[in-house]
Design a protein around this ligand. Structure first.
Ligand SMILES: [Zn+2]
Length: 57
């Protein structure tokens, strides 16, 4: 899993795929991957979810 951090409120969440919105403040697309966490199997595990394929930019 990877750790994601909200660039707006700083809340973190640990999950495989990128959360499309912050679980804390509800802001959309603010979740940024924190470096230094586990593996590279981040976006690839979530096969069916389009949100995981989306580029951050
Ligand atoms: Zn937030």
């Amino acid at each position: 899993m990877a750790l994601w951090k909200c660039s707006k409120c700083g809340s973190t969440k640990e999950t495989r795929c990128k959360p499309k919105k912050c679980p804390s403040c509800g802001e959309i697309d603010t979740m940024i991957k924190e470096e230094g966490t586990k593996s590279t199997e981040v976006t690839e595990r979530c096969g069916t979810k389009r949100t995981c394929k989306k580029k951050a930019s």
